[in-house]
Design a protein around this ligand. Structure first.
Ligand code: FAD
Length: 453
C-alpha cells in the first residue's frame, strides 16, 4: 500500500517526456538493418515507408524523413504516441525477436515533433480546384480524408459537433498518453492545407445531408465514430454514480481545458471507483480516476489472459495502483438516491475451459462505477435523411466501388462508424482508401456533367 500511495502521489496528467533527443534518435535509426523485405512495413496498417524514413533520419536528414512520413500520414505525432506499435511495426521488426527491436513509434514521434518545432517542411498546395467535399466528424478518419483530399486540390469543410476538432484524440485518449497540444498542432497543419473547420455543428439536427448537397458539395464523408456507449442491462443501471467511460473522460478533458468546473467531474478525491470492462478504454478510465485521487479497481468477467487491453497499457495500470478483480460478472447496482455498491457473480472455468457462473454472489462497496464495455454509432445522420443503410448493429454499410460509398450516391463513410471500434491507424487506413474513392467519384461526376449527361 505504501508503494501504491507513493506511485499515486507522483502521477500527473502531463504526458511523460520520454521522447528521443536528436542524438538518441539518430543512434536508434542507425541500428536499423534496412531489411530487403521490411516486415515492419508489412506490419503497419498504412504501410508507412519505414526503412526509408529511418534511413533519412540515420543520415541526419529529419526534413526528408518527415516528407516521407507525410506521404502516408496526416497524423504522425499522434500515431507515434498512441499506435499499438508492439502489435504492428515494432512487433514485426526482425530485431524484435532478439528483444532489441527498433523503437519505430518513438522515431516517428521524434521526426514529427522536431519538424513541427523547427518548421522544416511545408506542403505545396495544388492550384487546381478539383471539387467541394464536406467531411462530418474530425476524428482520425475525418482528418485523414480532409488532409488527403486537400492535398489533391479539393475544397474541404469539416463539420464537427464538439467545440474543438480531434474526436477521440481530444475528448477520449487522456492527456498523459497524448498531449492535446500535439493534436492541435497536427490539426493546424491540416488547416494550412486549406481545410476549413466548422465546429459546434451537429449534422442531422443542425444541418442535414440534403441541405449540404443543396450547398453544392460534390461528395460528403461521414466519419462520426461510435458516439453511443453500451450500457449494462442490470438492475440499478440508472442510479446516479453509474457513469459511462466516454462521458467521464470527456468531462476530465473539458475540466482540464478550463471549459467546465473541476467540481462537475463525476469522480472526486477519495472516491472508490470500479471500472467494468478490461479494454484500453477501461485502462484509461482507471488510470485517470487514480490521477484524480480516487482508488480504482477493474471488474472483469473473464481472466487476466483474456484481457483486451494492450499488454503495455495493462502493465502501466497495474504499476499505477489499479487493482483487478477477475472472473466477476456484474449483476446489480445497489443504492437509494445514489450508488453504494456493485454486486457480481463469481465465475469459474469449467473442465472444457469455458467460463460459467457459479451462482455465488459477492458485493463491493463503491462510490462510482465507470462502464467501459464498448460503443456503437448514433443514428443522427441516417435518421434525418434517406437512402443511407446501416446494418443490424447500426454501422453504415459501404461498397468497394467506389471505395467507401454508402447506399446513397455521393455519400461516403469510414472509420469506426463503418467498422467495430478499432484503432486510430485502422480508421486512418480505411479513410485513406475512402479519400481515393471520393476523388474517383467526383472525377467521374464532373466528366459526366461536362458531357451534359
Ligand atoms: P472518432 O475519433 O470517434 O471521431 C468522430 C468525430 O465525429 C467526433 O469528433 C464526434 O464529435 C464527431 N461527430 C459525431 N457525430 C457527429 C455529427 N452528427 N455531426 C458532427 N460531428 C459528429 N486507438 C489507438 O490507436 N490507440 C489508443 O491508444 C487508443 N485509445 C483510445 C482511448 C479511448 C478512451 C477511446 C474511446 C478510444 C481509443 N482508441 C485508441 C480508438 C481510436 O481513438 C478510435 O478507433 C478512433 O478515434 C476512431 O476514429 P474516427 O475518426 O472513426 O472516430
Amino acid at each position: 500500500m505504501a508503494d501504491n500511495a507513493r506511485i499515486k502521489n507522483s502521477l500527473s496528467f502531463d504526458e511523460p517526456d520520454n521522447s528521443f533527443n536528436p542524438r538518441e534518435a539518430i543512434t536508434e535509426a542507425k541500428r536499423c538493418l534496412s531489411c530487403k523485405n521490411p516486415l515492419c512495413r508489412t506490419g503497419c496498417p498504412i504501410e508507412h515507408e519505414i526503412p526509408q524514413f529511418i534511413d533519412a533520419l540515420a543520415r541526419g536528414n529529419v526534413g526528408e524523413a518527415s516528407t516521407i512520413i507525410a506521404r502516408r500520414s496526416n497524423l504522425p505525432a499522434v500515431c507515434g504516441r498512441v499506435c499499438p506499435h508492439e502489435k504492428q511495426c515494432e512487433g514485426a521488426c526482425i530485431l524484435a525477436k532478439k528483444g532489441k527491436g527498433i523503437r519505430i513509434g518513438k522515431l516517428e514521434q521524434f521526426i514529427a515533433d522536431f519538424d513541427a518545432e523547427m518548421e522544416l517542411t511545408a506542403h505545396t498546395l495544388p492550384s487546381k480546384f478539383a471539387g467541394k467535399v464536406a467531411v462530418i466528424g474530425s476524428g482520425p478518419a475525418g482528418l485523414t480524408v480532409a488532409g488527403d483530399l486537400a492535398k489533391a486540390g479539393y475544397e474541404v469543410t469539416v463539420f464537427e459537433s464538439q467545440s474543438e476538432p480531434g474526436g477521440v484524440l481530444v475528448y477520449g485518449i487522456p492527456e498523459f498518453r497524448l498531449k492535446k497540444d500535439v493534436v492541435r498542432r497536427e490539426i493546424q497543419r491540416i488547416e494550412r492545407l486549406g481545410v476549413t473547420f466548422s465546429t459546434e455543428v451537429l449534422v442531422g439536427p443542425d444541418i442535414t445531408i440534403d441541405e449540404m448537397f443543396a450547398d453544392d458539395y460534390d461528395a460528403i464523408f461521414i466519419g462520426t465514430g461510435t458516439a453511443l456507449p453500451r450500457t449494462l442491462d442490470v438492475p440499478g443501471k440508472d442510479l446516479p454514480g453509474v457513469l459511462q467511460a466516454s462521458y467521464f473522460l470527456q468531462m476530465v478533458a473539458l475540466a482540464r481545458g478550463g471549459n467546465v468546473d473541476r467540481r462537475e467531474v463525476p469522480v472526486q478525491l477519495g472516491d472508490k471507483v470500479l471500472v467494468v470492462g478490461a479494454g484500453n478504454v477501461a485502462m484509461d478510465a482507471a488510470r485517470t480516476a487514480i490521477r484524480l485521487g480516487a482508488r480504482a479497481s477493474v471488474v472483469y468477467h473473464r481472466t487476466e489472459k483474456e484481457i483486451t487491453a494492450l499488454p503495455s497499457e495493462y502493465q502501466q495500470a497495474k504499476e499505477e495502483g489499479v487493482e483487478f478483480i477477475w472472473l466477476a460478472s456484474t449483476t446489480k447496482f445497489f443504492g437509494q438516491d445514489k450508488l453504494t455498491s456493485l454486486e457480481y457473480e463469481v465465475m469459474e472455468i469449467d473442465d472444457d475451459k469455458n467460463i460459467r457462473g457459479t451462482g455465488r454472489l459477492e458485493k463491493i462497496n463503491t462510490d462510482k462505477v465507470i462502464l467501459a464495455i464498448g460503443q456503437r454509432p448514433a443514428a443522427r445522420i441516417v435518421s434525418t435523411t434517406t437512402g443511407i443503410e446501416v446494418n443490424e448493429k447500426g454501422y453504415v454499410i459501404t461498397k468497394d466501388r467506389p471505395y467507401g460509398m454508402t447506399t446513397r450516391r455521393g455519400v461516403f463513410a469510414g472509420g469506426d462508424v463503418v467498422h467495430e471500434p478499432a484503432t486510430v491507424v485502422l480508421a486512418m487506413k480505411e479513410a485513406k482508401k475512402v479519400a481515393q474513392g471520393i476523388a474517383l467519384y467526383i472525377e467521374a461526376k464532373k466528366l459526366l456533367e461536362e458531357c451534359g449527361a
